[in-house]
Design a protein around this ligand. Structure first.
Ligand code: BES
Ligand code: MN
Ligand code: ZN
Length: 495
């Protein structure tokens, strides 16, 4: 979707649909008043009849408003003041959804009368771009006939601002477009089925990202190289599948030559059957989403490229498929990780930590400024936090605070859980340095504790997105989280 900032008188905006925020009761803002006068009082009358309603985000479509260039005027209810960030997001979502039901290919949101608590017009413009793009997102590549409800005519979502506040908005809109593209990429990779989106597919996606972007270089480590690096844990996960595993490395150089990189590591299990510790059948299709951590790393890199952030970022994707077969790892198997520590695999379904631990050891070579891994790691995280917050763990309070703050600002929130030493003993094994599972209690914490043993040499955080990366039920599909959190955090590191 394209985006542009328009100026001048609102009645002169050439667009298929002018979106006008109004309310809360009947006091119109300056621009709404002006348009009301020009349309012979149509807005006031519609409000007086209560056709718009009072609830935030209610919409009313007026067609052929006389004296406006636009053939459609969509009113959207601002609700009771103050309008906060969450309210504004809902307003834009509803307005975009209403436009999408029409034939309009182009819509323009008028920001003149909008005042969002604690946020400036640049923020509003950027947020509107992202929300509209998310609302217009579709995944119907595999439908023979998309059908009317899935059809989207909307191609451009523009912003209008007549006042002087335009400075900086243009840039914010461009950045927002890049973020929206990153979120969409993460969603699509997540939504793709396991028979299409396997580790080799992800490797090809990485190479595609690198093509034509000279700040991004891409390398893919094959199983042979992983073997010589001593990645026994990673390789144990891929032992049962025909699909070759890939360790994908993307290096983005946008910062100073000598600046240490920020490192992202994504869990990319393209399908998780559980292996020999086979999962139950019901809902197993959703384990195609077990690469959503990796998808968020791809999406974030796409956004970083589009925004040309002045940073050095290294992104790793640990891609493998977890399958049972005659060559699969068994419960009780003992493997040596790249770090030298040994692991007793008590449950082959706790595979995410096995691919991630070797990837974490691998990134030591970059002498990273900080490392953040993103993984659909534990069902226990879904139980603890539901789908509203991602789980955050860190060995560094400042890093944890920065990530939490980035989540708050972007509306892509995380909640911190403890990594106390007390939990580490649950990983004790009789036969190896540690077991790969820590029992029923605090499953997300013990998974993070396991990873922490491979992150002792740098500032590190782990984001468990098992509950946030996709939705189940009627709205089943990838959310693109936590791309927004990660981009916001990276932006905050540009100083
Ligand atoms: N990919 C799953 C985690 C998961 C499960 C995410 C359900 C979202 C929904 C992970 O690989 C896994 O299977 N974890 C096990 C760990 C257990 C064996 C200690 C789990 O959560 O059951
Ligand atoms: Mn698993
Ligand atoms: Zn998994």
């Amino acid at each position: 979707m394209d985006h542009a900032l328009k100026g001048g008188k609102p009645e002169n905006v050439r667009t298929d649909c002018l979106i006008l925020p109004v309310g809360p009761e009947r006091e119109l803002g300056a621009t709404a008043k002006r348009l009301d006068a020009l349309t012979d009082g149509r807005i006031e009358r519609a409000l007086a009849r209560d056709d718009l309603g009072r609830g935030l985000g209610r919409t009313l479509l007026l067609t052929d408003p006389a004296e406006l260039r636009a053939p459609r005027l969509l009113l959207v209810q601002v609700g009771k003041p103050p309008l906060d960030a969450a309210g504004f997001r809902k307003l834009v979502r509803n307005a975009a959804a209403a436009v999408i039901t029409t034939g309009a290919q182009d819509a323009t949101l008028c920001l003149d009368d909008v005042d969002v608590k604690d946020h400036d017009p640049s923020w509003c413009a950027a947020e509107a771009v992202i929300q509209a793009a998310e609302e217009a997102y579709r995944f119907h590549d595999y439908l023979s006939e998309p059908g009317e409800t899935l059809k989207v005519n909307l191609r451009r979502f523009n912003l209008h601002q007549s006042a002087a506040a335009r400075a900086g908005i243009d840039r914010a809109i461009k950045e927002a477009g890049a973020i929206a593209d990153g979120v969409a990429m993460a969603r699509t990779l997540g939504n793709l089925p396991g028979n299409v989106c396997h580790p080799s597919y992800l490797a090809a996606e990485a190479r595609k990202l690198g093509q034509g972007a000279k700040q991004l270089s891409v390398r893919v480590l094959e199983e042979k190289q992983m073997k010589s690096l001593g990645m026994g844990a990673f390789l144990s996960v891929t032992a049962g599948t025909e699909q070759p595993a890939k360790l994908i490395v993307m290096e983005y150089r946008g910062g100073a030559q000598k600046a240490k990189p920020l490192v992202l590591v994504g869990k990319g299990i393209t399908f998780d059957t559980g292996g020999i510790s086979l999962k139950a059948g019901a809902g197993m299709d959703e384990m195609k989403f077990d690469m959503c951590g990796a998808a968020s790393v791809f999406g974030t890199m796409k956004a970083v490229l589009g925004m040309e952030l002045p940073l050095n970022v290294v992104a790793l994707v640990a891609a493998a498929e977890n399958m049972p077969s005659g060559s699969a790892s068994r419960p009780g198997d003992i493997v040596r990780t790249m770090s030298g520590q040994t692991v007793e695999i008590l449950n082959t379904d706790a595979e995410g930590r096995l691919v991630l631990c070797d990837a974490l050891t691998y990134v030591e070579r970059y002498k990273p400024e900080a490392v953040v891994d993103i993984a659909t790691l534990t069902g226990a995280c879904v139980v603890a936090l539901g789908h509203h917050a991602s789980g955050l763990f860190s060995n560094d309070d400042a890093l944890a605070d920065a990530l939490l703050a980035a989540g708050e600002r972007s509306g892509d929130r995380a909640w911190r859980l403890p990594l106390w030493e007390d939990y580490q003993q649950q990983l004790r094994s009789n036969f190896a340095d540690m077991a790969n599972v820590g029992g029923r209690e605090a499953g997300s914490v013990t998974a993070a504790c396991f990873l922490s043993r491979f992150a002792r040499n740098f500032q590190w955080a782990h984001i468990d997105v098992a509950g946030s990366a996709w939705l189940t039920g009627a709205k089943k599909g990838a959310t693109g989280r936590p791309v927004r959190l990660l981009v916001e955090w990276l932006k905050s590191r540009t100083g």
